[in-house]
Write a protein that binds this ligand. Structure first.
Ligand code: KG4
Ligand code: ZN
Length: 357
């Protein structure tokens, strides 16, 4: 079956809706970002996010249908990212999806946002031209909210192998960008500044968390950058060099060195997990997969190990509703659907052991 599915995504600060046919053909993909509302706080404020979702959700859904050139009567199902995320934000999307699926009498599909990031590589003939995932696969999700490794048996059946014990990788990029005065969200700005810097200027720490761990940690790296930029603490909220401006050359060097360490931290665990799982395919997803250095190193590693790399096109790395609709089609084709009891949850379904999402 090649169902036409409306996907809805409101887990954090993007209000998004998309129409996807057959799980991979994106007919429309609309995202209203809220960056301008959160910029002055250098981070997402949950209550502001929920209110903005409420205002935007209906126009965004209308726009997704208009761009796909279809009426609501063409929809075979409504899929929604209902976990994990900010609870007030998730409730807006989940309620909208329930209302639509009830009114249209089509199935409701609750989708785990993190697992959907792994489906993004399949959208629009993505995946670097690699064939469909060959099991067993290793999944890497790196975003502003999550940094996790998964063993992937099928798009709906995964097992958590490791995750960050403090900051997510994207969060570390964003905080590093604030330290360097690059604005918010800073990942893309830091990435482009890093292109002009010397990545060996500073040898930042790369957390390994012992010889066995597949978990990640980025808080030490972030603090090391803070001390390198501003000096050691000299009193409450004060640093040796305070807010003394960094030269452009120094900023670029710090950005490049930070990026080298952050990517090394990710790659070290990916290598370790590949050794353990004998995966034939590496599937990546999440906003940080838009990072030029991470993309390059993942692709080099895949070449070295002779495994397939499936990584989304840059527009599907960041939060979007096409990945929700796409994974929704897989779920629908597996004969599964949810009922009106579908609940929003701050936690991913994938916690320990094998999980069918
Ligand atoms: O997947 P996403 O849209 O949201 C979450 O699910 O969290 O990821 C957003 C994150 C932000 O932290 C942003 O700074 C980061 O992805 N990001 C990048 C790049 N582009 C986006 N980080 C590093 N380099 C990039 N080019
Ligand atoms: Zn995400």
């Amino acid at each position: 079956m090649t169902p036409v599915i409306l996907g809805i995504e409101t887990s954090c600060d993007e209000t998004a809706a998309a129409v996807v046919e057959g799980g991979t053909r994106v007919l429309s993909n609309v995202t209203a970002t809220q960056h301008e509302l959160h910029r002055r706080y250098s981070g997402v404020v949950p209550e502001i996010a929920s209110r903005a979702h409420l205002e935007r959700i209906v126009p965004v859904i209308r726009e997704a249908l208009a761009q796909a050139g279809i009426g609501m009567d063409r929809l075979d199902a409504v899929a929604v990212g209902h976990r994990p995320g900010l609870i007030g934000a998730l409730l807006v999307g989940t309620s909208a999806a329930k209302a639509l699926s009830w009114a249209l009498r089509v199935p409701l599909l609750g989708i785990d946002h993190i697992v959907a990031h792994l489906h993004a590589a399949s959208l629009d003939g993505g995946g670097n031209g690699a064939p469909d995932s060959e099991a067993p696969a290793l999944g890497l999700v790196v975003s502003g909210g999550h940094t996790s490794l998964f063993q992937v048996e099928s798009p709906l059946r995964v097992k958590l192998l490791g995750r960050t014990i403090d900051d997510a990788a994207g969060e570390a990029f964003d905080k590093a960008a604030v330290i360097l005065g690059l604005g918010y969200p800073g990942g893309p700005a830091l990435d482009s500044l890093a292109q002009t810097g010397n990545d060996r200027a500073v040898d930042f720490p790369v957390a390994t968390l012992g010889p066995e761990s597949l978990d990640f940690s980025f808080s030490g790296l972030k603090t090391a950058l803070l001390y390198e930029a501003c000096g050691r603490p000299s009193g409450p909220g004060r640093y040796e060099r305070g807010a003394a401006p960094l030269s452009d050359r120094r900023k670029a060097d710090l950005a490049a060195s930070f990026q080298r360490a952050a990517v090394a931290a990710l790659m070290g665990k990916v290598r370790r997990a590949l050794d353990r799982t004998a995966a034939r395919t590496l599937v990546a997803g999440g906003g940080v997969c838009a990072n030029s250095r991470l993309r390059r190193e993942l692709s080099e590693l895949a070449g070295e190990r002779r495994i397939a790399l499936r990584i989304p096109k840059p527009q599907y790395c960041l939060d979007n509703a096409a990945m929700i609709a796409g994974l929704g089609a897989v779920k629908l084709n597996a004969g599964e659907a949810d009922d009106w009891m579908l609940a929003a949850s701050t936690q991913s379904a994938v916690a320990s052991g094998w999980v069918q999402v």
